[in-house]
Design a protein around this ligand. Structure first.
Ligand code: FEO
Ligand code: CA
Ligand code: CA
Ligand code: CA
Length: 592
């Protein structure tokens, strides 16, 4: 499985050992700072946070809950804008019992979703240490919530299936929900994926038969733990059956244009979008890689019709912000070349679903392909993957890396194939406990795809770079690197690259006896596959981001749902230890 490549030098650090601490643990010699956490003021004039006096109006001005994607847009050598997603809310940890009505909790929760844009700065042009700006550039500070108006664009904009009684145009949606991972575009905007949007919808009434098949494929059902339909008609499937069609998109936000409404791009399809990451092909077309995070769902690719302009002038930026509106959408099929060669590898092809004017799916219009992308892809024979999460092109070596988190049903309801080979995994229930066998793929993979003919080509060569888990487990594989020299890793979720092309992976849902964390993996040279744990997140949390910026001096990490598994009254963790309850927050880590 070795891939020739140049030697990649890496700064040495002592890997962080697996642990269950209530701490963000970094290697010796590194420091950290929490840049922003739940409740911090974002919009100028925002009220101070008080956990006992939460209101929707205050939440709409403060840093939201459960930060996930982290993007950083440079303004100068010492100033930048931090952009991050607020994926979902943990009401059981956010609200003291008995202090709020169910209605109040829903209204505050809606405003605690969305995104934040926040001015940040560092003391010198070489520092790794970033803090929130108190006054500089705060005019860019912005909260996008579950009620912020979005413009819908692309071929499905204005389609009857996107119209509701509140929006007869089908082109204006209130809010973004469950924004998971994302990507920063070469033109300086941020893309964000609307992921598990199904959970916000429900009804006490009847689901219209016309919508049932689509709802089923997206996991939308009458029952809803959140009960938002009791507060807002638009979340009631019987009353507004088209409202779910207005979520599940890639959204684009321009942090430099705080007054411009963010956009939902229908051309990139509708599914449980993890994120979208862009490469510019040699012909200047824009290629976006995407994953649909569900067991057995697919990898996708978009290619723009128009070409990228490299200028940063207003006209070029305006042009580039329309690149995701027209193009072609593809889904991936992976074919193995057999296991005789001892590696999980093979070839892949991108199957066209539609362009902005022509559908390639029998019996479905362009708008139907884009709104019911899962149903469209089902007809075209793609490969059912183990929860495709972040998919990102490596800007140094040109290959594309996908995190495939896990699939406990692989080998039962999902037959194994060469790209999804693990049907039995070794797991452990607690730190230091014995490894025991569990059915399915519990620890996930990192998939490496090498485009043939560049990012706009029709095919690729693929191989599993990592079969994750404890190195002591027989099924694990680290690109052939000696197993006694790697850190255990479980459930890869997000991927990023440093300036030398090293892969960084964050995890969600470790099942081998440790908190989640962030890992560095060289993908070229003699240390290809050498997984090293750079940090671990606090108890209950998953590690999000990650982002490596500014000459690799700064590692950004979003600590999502610290203390999840506890309640406000009985917390299992209190990170970042500023209050008597945990707070999701974005931290920077740098070498002292
Ligand atoms: Fe929100 Fe797929 O993780
Ligand atoms: Ca093979
Ligand atoms: Ca994720
Ligand atoms: Ca996740």
């Amino acid at each position: 499985g070795a891939v020739p490549g140049k030697q990649v030098s890496t700064d040495p650090f002592t890997p962080v050992a697996p642990n269950r601490r209530d701490a963000l643990t970094v290697p010796a010699g590194y420091r950290l700072n929490v840049v922003a956490a739940w409740g911090d003021p974002v919009v100028p004039g925002a009220p101070a946070f008080d956990v006992y006096r939460q209101t929707p109006e205050a939440a709409a001005q403060q840093f939201g809950y459960n930060n996930d994607y982290v993007g950083v847009i440079s303004l100068s050598t010492t100033k930048a804008l931090l952009v991050c997603n607020h994926e979902y809310t943990n009401e059981e940890v956010m609200f003291p019992a008995g202090e709020y009505t169910a209605e109040e909790i829903r209204r505050i929760a809606l405003m605690s979703h969305g995104m934040s844009v926040l001015a940040v700065e560092r003391p010198t042009a070489t520092a790794g240490h970033w803090v929130r700006s108190a006054s500089s550039n705060v005019r860019y500070n912005r909260r996008i919530t579950g009620e912020t108006p979005f413009v819908v664009d692309g071929p499905a904009a204005g389609h009857d299936r996107l119209k509701t009684s509140a929006d007869p145009t089908g082109k204006r949606v209130l809010g973004t929900l469950n924004n998971c991972a994302g990507g920063t575009t070469p033109w300086g905007t941020v893309l964000s994926g609307e992921e598990n949007f199904n959970q916000y919808f429900g009804t006490a009434g009847a689901i219209p038969a016309t919508h049932a098949a689509s709802y089923r494929r997206y996991g939308i059902s009458a029952s809803s733990e959140r009960g938002w339909y009791q507060t807002w008609d638009r979340f009631d499937l019987a009353k507004e059956p088209n409202e779910p069609n207005r979520f599940g998109w890639i959204v684009e936000v321009d942090p430099l244009a705080p007054d411009e409404p963010p956009v939902k791009h229908t051309m990139l399809g509708r599914f449980k979008h993890e994120g979208a990451n862009i490469a510019i092909a040699p012909n200047k077309k824009v290629v976006a890689y995407m994953g649909d995070d569900e067991r057995g769902d697919y990898l996708y690719r978009f290619i723009s019709t128009d070409t990228y302009r490299s200028g940063t002038d207003a006209a070029s930026r305006r042009h580039n912000k329309q690149l995701l509106s027209k193009g072609a959408l593809y889904v991936a099929r992976l074919t193995g070349d057999g296991l005789e060669d001892g590696v999980w590898d093979g070839t892949g092809q991108w199957i066209l679903l539609c362009t902005d004017t022509v559908s390639n799916v029998p019996g479905m219009s362009v708008a139907d392909v884009l709104i019911d992308t899962r149903l469209a892809a089902d007809k075209m024979g793609p490969t059912r993957m183990d929860r495709p999460e972040d998919v990102e092109p490596n800007p140094v070596n040109g290959r594309v890396y996908a995190a495939l988190t896990n699939n406990s049903n692989r080998g039962s309801s999902y037959p194994a194939d060469e790209a999804n080979p693990v049907t039995r995994s070794m797991v452990r229930s607690a730190p230091g406990a014995e490894l025991t066998a569990a059915s399915g793929n519990r620890n996930g993979y990192v998939l490496e795809m090498q485009p043939v003919g560049g990012h706009t080509g029709g095919t690729f060569v693929w191989r599993l770079l990592l079969v994750c888990g404890d190195p002591a487990a027989p099924e694990t594989y680290f690109a052939g690197y000696p197993k006694d020299k790697v850190s255990p890793i479980s459930c890869p979720d997000n991927v990023a690259f440093d300036s030398r092309g090293n892969l960084w992976v964050s995890t969600d849902g470790n099942v081998i006896g440790s908190n989640d964390g962030i890992f560095r993996v060289p993908v070229d040279g003699p240390h290809r596959g050498k997984v090293e744990s750079f940090l671990t997140t606090p108890i209950g949390a998953e590690a999000c981001g990650p982002l490596i910026t500014h000459g690799d001096r700064t590692v950004w990490v979003a600590v999502q749902h610290p203390g999840e598994g506890g309640t406000f009254a009985e917390p299992i963790g209190l990170w970042p230890h500023t209050h008597r309850y945990p707070r999701p927050g974005v931290a920077v880590v740098w070498k002292a």
